[in-house]
Design a protein around this ligand. Structure first.
Ligand SMILES: *Cc1c(COP(=O)(O)O)cnc(C)c1O
Length: 227
């Protein structure tokens, strides 16, 4: 996977370290996470709050029982309901799926002070897919400004999950719209220097996402196999 990312970066004329790999471990048990960690992977993405928290706790228990101490970042990439914000604020390092101010306000209020800021991205429904969460592109600037002003959160950027497209050009065209929105917010200074993350690209479309400017690809299947 690192080779695949490096090749995509080279083709796009970008340094290989300009794209972070998030290993999406949803539905995979802890031993799979430990195996990826042993290969040097340090950032994991989970879709379901309960499954993610169970894994985070299992990893802490593994560490406490004498496992090698770990520096792993856990990213929530799936939908977040307001009744789950407290457990997320207390356990995760990142949330990619903020799409309402209410959710961000709860996360800010519930983030334990001793943990440092929770890193958040705003999820954008970039292609108007009807079944998806995410805020409409035209609503992003106002939401981003409001989120950036909250305490105990660091607004890091945008996240998208476009509808599957076949072919590089079709994939790239959608990703390019997210990139344009990302640059528009950056030019407006929203989020300041911390606003550096464009979370887009998965197993099927990461080359196109990297070509369009993704800084973080979320990869499950190509790392862990089919779910
Ligand atoms: C499952 C999932 C991924 C990973 O998808 P793969 O196709 O397995 O790489 C990435 N992002 C989100 C939001 C997901 O739910």
């Amino acid at each position: 996977m690192r080779d695949r990312i490096a090749t995509a970066c080279a083709r796009a004329g970008r340094p290989a370290d300009s794209v972070q790999l998030l290993a999406v471990s949803k539905t995979m048990p802890l031993p799979c996470v430990l195996e990826a960690m042993a290969a040097g992977q340090a950032a994991f993405g989970e879709n379901y709050v309960q499954e993610g928290v169970q894994k985070i706790e299992a990893l802490r228990a593994w560490e406490a029982e004498g496992g090698r101490p770990v520096q792993v970042a856990w990213h929530l990439i799936g939908p977040l309901q307001s009744n789950k914000t407290r457990v997320v604020a207390a356990n995760f390092d990142w949330v990619h799926s903020v799409d309402r101010l209410k959710i961000a306000e709860r996360l800010a209020e519930q983030r334990p002070a001793e943990l440092g800021p929770l890193q958040v991205c705003i999820q954008v429904n970039i292609d108007g897919g009807t079944t998806k969460s995410g805020v409409a592109p035209e609503e992003v600037p106002d939401l981003a400004r409001a989120v950036a002003a909250l305490p105990r959160l660091a607004l890091r950027g945008l996240m998208t999950i476009p509808e599957p497209q076949s072919g590089f050009d079709a994939q790239r065209a959608v990703h390019a719209r997210a990139r344009a929105l990302f640059e528009q917010l950056r030019a407006a200074g929203i989020g300041g220097a911390a606003f550096d993350t464009l979370s887009m690209g998965m197993t099927a479309d990461l080359e196109a996402a990297i070509d369009a400017g993704s800084t973080l690809v979320r990869v499950g299947t190509a790392i862990f196999g089919a779910r």
